[in-house]
Design a protein around this ligand. Structure first.
Ligand SMILES: Cc1cc2nc3c(=O)[nH]c(=O)nc-3n(C[C@H](O)[C@H](O)[C@H](O)COP(=O)(O)O)c2cc1C
Length: 320
């Protein structure tokens, strides 16, 4: 495979191809080491890690709805001390050449700062992804990612204590993504990851009960793909830092996220449905680039034509 055709260069992440698992869909990667050669991935994105261990929400964690999957994992993870002591050394040893991005989440700005300070000292981690969908205790539980003040505070706190690349993972639970994307860039983010799950809810009619313990959960999968396309397209029009797209995806969906402005693509729920989904996606890339007449993967990014402005020409172009 001619690597240059598929390679994507992002801050802190030299990707041999644009595809990687999204945080939470591969845990810390070690469970997948026997599934396929993880070195085939563009990068490995690790489970969101918090200051203290979290056991997560009562089961079920994942339920199917008519349009997409709802999850309510509740950021179950062993906490940064255990991740640093147990998981990261093993990953560094087993996958020394695979770029690794660790996702973190704090309930306060102090926690974000502390987590980033610790990770800054870990050579095997190339980049830090900030999961901004978690509740900000100091703002009454409102997620960091739904206000410019929350995003600015979290990103600038992390920026101040690390030289590693910082990616702000934005929440889609907002009406206008543009000011939030701008806030992340201004606060020093090197890139954006878009999008996290969309809040949703599913009910059991017979039991007159919620299907998830906390009532609401995070919607993902093909149901959120068109929303991710739109959010990425909006954000790409106002920032000049790269965007990693997430939400979906088949190979065509992945290229669509890139056409809208993403430079690389993460895959979430599909990894839970098929642990070989990512190597299959990676294998589909050459034929897809040929099919849509792109020389390289990097050429797809933001290659979307401007919106049409001539109604007659538009109608004509749609005639069979
Ligand atoms: C089971 C599950 C666990 C997840 N855990 C995390 C997490 O720990 N951190 C995070 O930033 N996003 C988490 N997400 C969100 C995904 O990383 C991704 O943003 C979202 O699912 C949309 O991508 P998809 O449509 O490909 O699933 C999780 C999603 C699922 C389905």
């Amino acid at each position: 495979m001619n690597n240059n055709r598929y390679a994507v260069s992002l801050p802190g992440l030299e990707l041999k191809n644009p595809f990687m698992p999204s945080s939470g869909s591969f845990y810390y990667g070690l469970d997948h080491i026997d599934d396929f050669d993880l070195n085939e991935l563009g990068a490995l994105v690790l489970k969101t890690t918090t200051m203290h261990p979290r056991k997560g929400n009562p089961q079920p964690w994942i339920i199917q709805t008519k349009a997409g999957v709802l999850n309510s994992v509740g950021l179950a993870n062993p906490g940064i001390a255990a991740v640093k002591a147990d998981y990261l050394p093993k990953l560094a040893e087993k996958l020394p050449n695979l770029p690794q991005m660790l996702s973190i989440s704090g309930e306060t700005i102090a926690e974000f700062t502390e987590l980033a300070t610790i990770i800054d000292q870990i050579p095997s981690i190339s980049a830090i992804e900030l999961n901004l969908s978690c509740p900000n205790v100091d703002e009454g539980g409102r997620a960091f990612g739904v206000s410019t003040t929350g995003i600015t505070a979290a990103v600038s706190a992390v920026r101040a204590v690390t030289t590693k690349a910082v990616y702000a993972k934005l929440s889609p639970n907002v009406t206008d993504i543009k000011p939030l994307a701008i806030a992340a860039q201004k606060a020093g983010a090197d890139g954006l990851t878009m999008v996290n799950t969309l809040v949703g809810m599913s009910l059991d009619l017979m039991a007159r009960s919620v299907r998830l313990y906390r009532g609401k959960g995070g919607l993902s999968g093909e149901a959120i793909h068109p929303l991710a396309v739109e959010f990425i397209w909006e954000a790409a029009s106002v920032v000049d830092i790269p965007i990693i797209g997430v939400g979906g995806v088949t190979i065509d969906d992945a290229l669509e996220l890139m056409l809208a402005g993403a430079s690389a693509v993460q895959v979430g729920i599909m990894n839970k449905e098929d642990s070989l989904f990512l190597p299959k996606l990676i294998k589909q890339l050459p034929a897809a680039l040929d099919k849509y007449h792109f020389e390289t993967a990097a050429d797809v990014t933001y290659a979307l034509h401007p919106l049409p402005t001539d109604e007659d020409a538009w109608a004509k172009s749609k005639e069979k």
